[in-house]
Ligand binder design. Structure first.
Ligand SMILES: [Zn+2]
Length: 245
């Protein structure tokens, strides 16, 4: 139902209007999810349930957050990163997290997306980031590297702009075993078949990506999280990469 209503709205109204009215539309739609069975930690809404998307992800009807956004929001609080003395660079943030972060830490939070039409502060190519060395205490890089052909260069750039002692949180889809990549597979349909999405270049394994990140100079901790249905969280892995002091 949610996907159907969303597709109708996108067919009728222009994108700029949808962006402007998104929070109001979600607020009205969440009326049908009144309840106390689950809670979204991003918008603090108590709900009867989350919306299950075709991908299996649980979407908050009130704010549009997904499990990985809710996990990230919890991590930002847990590690006390939400103050204006910490410079944060966030690659391709979700709209709701960008809005919340801009309200909380407006002076130190920079967003970036490669897509020139994305509503972010910058539009950096992750392999050529126009920032001076040692610029950030925290870099959030979720679901980016699997799109990047020269991922070694991207990781090197992350290392260059991270301050000594800074943390880079990295997440991608993972598989068991070795990294699966094949430079001969360039057709979108074939990429979907082999890598799970039309614009994915590879599928990492936790060990394989950790090794590539360590080769750039980072120390890597593998953070493993369990699911929590009442908070709409799922099992996931985030790589906590620290640039040594
Ligand atoms: Zn929410």
């Amino acid at each position: 139902m949610y996907t159907f209503i969303k597709s109708i709205i996108h067919r009728i109204f222009p994108q700029w209007l949808i962006m402007k009215a998104e929070y109001m539309l979600r607020f009205l739609y969440s009326f049908f999810f009144r309840g106390t069975a689950v809670k979204c930690v991003v918008c603090n809404a108590s709900l009867s349930r989350f919306i299950e998307l075709p991908s299996g992800d649980l979407l908050c009807p009130r704010c549009g957050s997904l499990p990985r956004h809710r996990r990230l929001w919890m991590l930002l609080h847990e590690y006390d990163f939400l103050n204006n003395s910490i410079r944060i660079l966030h690659f391709s943030p979700s709209r709701i997290l960008r809005k919340k972060m801009q309200q909380l830490v407006p002076a130190s939070y920079i967003t970036t997306d490669y897509d020139p039409e994305a509503y972010t502060d910058k539009h950096y190519d992750i392999t050529h980031i126009f920032e001076p060395p040692e610029s950030f205490e925290l870099i959030i890089c979720f679901h980016i590297l699997e799109h990047i052909t020269d991922d070694a260069k991207a990781i090197h750039e992350l290392y260059r702009i991270a301050k000594k002692g800074a943390i880079v949180w990295i997440q991608t889809p993972f598989k068991e075993g070795d990294i699966y990549e094949d430079a001969r597979i360039t057709n979108p349909a074939e990429r979907l078949l082999h890598f799970g999405q039309e614009d994915h270049i590879r599928i990492y394994s936790v060990e394989g990506l950790s090794k590539r990140i360590q080769e750039a100079g980072f120390e890597v901790n593998i953070l493993q999280f369990s699911d929590d249905k009442s908070l709409g969280l799922k099992e996931e892995i985030i790589l906590r990469c620290v640039r040594p002091k």
